[in-house]
Write a protein that binds this ligand. Structure first.
Ligand code: ATP
Length: 581
């Protein structure tokens, strides 16, 4: 008990948990590990490795599989074009080389490490591992990261290194939920985590599972996991779900969910409060909220003092804490009243969303409101229609008598977005490339790069196709498989490090766009009908000037020949006409 816990012990635990069935057995392995190997002072060191995605103490590593592959290749001293290096870089791909492990980066890496690391444990302790991971998170250059990987490889065997990689990728695939881990750790652990998002605090405060923790509510300065909205299909489903309740419908603003924890300064009447809301961009020349997706740019421009017409604007739609009291147990109706009392809006900077007040007060007469009480399903339908006409993202429908609950998606809040109802027209596009999937679909093409035709001369077939978007959802697994199978004979690999593509295709240099395989020529390909959210976005990734937001495959057009693909010019006209410009 006095010794430092070795990584090898944790690795045995992971292996046991992964293999054991049912879930109760997995949980008892975890309990046994805590009781046998950990002192209370070790809890956090261990828990942050068991639940790496919840650890907020360490910064991000900035290491997705592609960069991780290069670090490992260099740390192992492999030549970048050696067979093993290529297998790591092309970890998603199947074929004779990567076999059953394709699509699982850690397994592909373990296979390569196996031949170089031996099986004897490297003796690393979890304390040392955490120190190395801290250094990895703060390392600024790839060379520094590579050096840390070299140290890690020196002090582990291939099994241990495999789990270290999974910890870095923050996905252990243990087949046990974070809820079960928390429950086994302490009966109050999940609650406390939900209102603090602080794993360290949970491990320090809840050392004895027989001692119940005093019910902990939210605190200023500690992030709380947000109340979430449940997706519904249409207004009738929403109305049925909230049958008999007092209901408010609100615009679903398309920005970033942000909690404001205020302690001091004077925009508000109260010195301490927690607001829940959405950060948006306000265009003061147009006097309206700006397009989705510009927040980061605006924040940057505002910081650099560049953009004077656009500014960040916070829309508070809820309040969680006032003065020295949490108000999440009060009803939404009461919280709206508090919000109005506590926050003084500042046009275009800080707005509040409450029915019959707040933001609504700025709406010119006759314009739809941002938030209103719904008395019938017709009210919800009308509000939803106005939202679509207004090109907003959708609506949120809330039970006015509900309390605010961290991490809850049980249906106190419902969301309805036009893309679930099918808006916009179907677009017939041509498959020009494919991307390999991961996990279950590892080694198989699971997504497509689709293109639009460059408008041909009259009576001629198109000769060039312009990359347009990446799409994978919408079809059943079987249908997707059939398409991939039909195209398989025409797939041509986009080999690393060569970057050639067939000359029929126009693409950008953006790395997100590059498919794993190309279709060798357009006349071999298949047309897909795709739909999307009503909005298009200006594209930086693809060669076409616009791309789609949340595209989905509606059906496969085996009946339509390749040359009947929509052309870019018609698509741009469609975008402009539907934007009214
Ligand atoms: P989505 O991708 O649909 O925005 P999500 O998974 O981020 O969903 P959900 O809880 O499902 O989050 O949907 C609610 C989200 O909608 C909130 O996280 C918030 O960012 C956003 N939102 C915009 N306007 C409102 C509003 N008036 N009330 C509540 N949430 C709103």
């Amino acid at each position: 008990m006095t010794e430092e816990i070795k990584l090898s012990v944790l690795v045995s635990l992971f292996t046991w948990i992964q293999r054991s069935r049912p879930s109760a057995k997995k949980r008892s392995k975890f309990r046994k590990f805590l009781d046998t190997f950990c002192k209370p002072s070790d809890y956090f060191s261990a828990m942050r490795l068991i639940l790496p995605s919840l650890d907020r103490e360490r910064g991000t590593y900035g290491l997705k599989e592609s960069v991780l592959a290069i670090c490992l290749i260099d740390a192992l001293g492999l030549s970048r074009d050696s067979a093993d290096a290529l297998r790591l870089v092309n970890w998603r791909k199947g074929g004779a080389n990567t076999g059953a492990n394709a699509g699982n980066f850690a397994l592909v890496a373990a296979e390569i490490l196996q031949r170089r690391q031996g099986t004897v444990s490297g003796g690393l302790t979890i304390k040392e591992l955490n120190e190395l991971l801290d250094r990895l998170a703060s390392a600024e250059s790839r060379a520094e990261k590579t050096a840390i990987f070299a140290t890690l490889i020196n002090k582990t065997n291939a099994q241990e290194m495999k789990w270290v990689i999974m910890i870095i990728l923050k996905d252990l695939k243990l087949g046990i939920t974070e809820k079960s881990i928390f429950q086994e750790f302490h009966p109050d652990a999940e609650d406390l985590f939900n209102v603090t998002c602080d794993l360290k605090l949970v491990c320090e405060k809840l050392r004895d599972p027989t001692q119940r923790h005093k019910r902990q509510d939210i605190e200023v300065g500690k992030a709380v996991r947000p109340q979430l909205a449940l997706r519904v299909r249409d207004p009738a489903a929403a109305w049925k779900k909230l049958h008999g309740k007092e209901v408010v419908v609100e615009c679903k603003f398309d920005g970033d969910r942000i909690q404001i924890h205020k302690n001091g300064t004077d925009i508000h009447y109260y010195s301490r409060c927690i607001l829940d809301g959405e950060m948006l961009v306000w265009d003061s020349t147009l006097n309206q909220f700006a397009e989705f997706g510009s927040n980061q740019e605006i924040a940057k421009a505002a910081k650099d003092g560049l953009d004077s017409d656009r500014q960040l604007c916070y829309v508070a739609f809820d309040i969680l804490y006032v003065g020295d009291t949490s108000v999440i147990h009060q009803s939404l109706k009461e919280r709206h009243e508090i919000l109005q009392k506590v926050v003084k809006p500042l046009k275009g900077r800080l707005e509040i969303l409450v029915p019959n007040g707040g933001l609504n007060a700025n709406r010119p007469p006759g314009e739809p409101c941002w938030s209103c009480i719904a008395h019938s399903v017709n009210d919800v339908e009308r509000f939803f229609k106005e939202t679509i006409e207004n090109r907003d993202e959708g609506i949120v429908i809330k039970d006015l008598n509900s309390k605010w609950e961290p991490s809850d998606r049980s249906g106190k809040w419902l969301k309805l977005k036009p893309d679930y109802i099918r808006a916009g027209s179907d677009l017939d596009v041509l498959i020009i490339g494919g991307y390999y999937g991961s996990g279950r679909r590892g080694g198989e093409v699971a997504q497509f790069l689709v293109g639009l035709a460059d408008r041909p001369d009259p009576n001629a077939y198109p000769r060039r196709f312009i990359s347009f978007c990446r799409v994978g959802t919408g079809l059943t697994d079987d249908d997707l498989e059939t398409v991939a199978k039909k195209l398989k004979p025409y797939f041509r690999k986009y080999e690393y490090p060569k970057k050639m593509q067939p000359s029929f295709y126009q693409v950008t240099n953006h790395s997100k766009e590059r498919p794993d395989v190309w279709i060798e020529s357009p006349e071999k390909s298949i047309i897909l009908s795709i739909t999307s959210d009503i909005r298009t976005i200006r594209s930086e990734v693809f060669a076409a000037p616009y791309s789609l937001r949340f595209p989905r495959i509606d059906r496969v057009r085996y009946d339509k020949p390749w040359h009947e693909c929509l052309d870019v010019q018609s698509f741009v006209e469609l975008v402009h006409s539907s934007n009214g410009t």
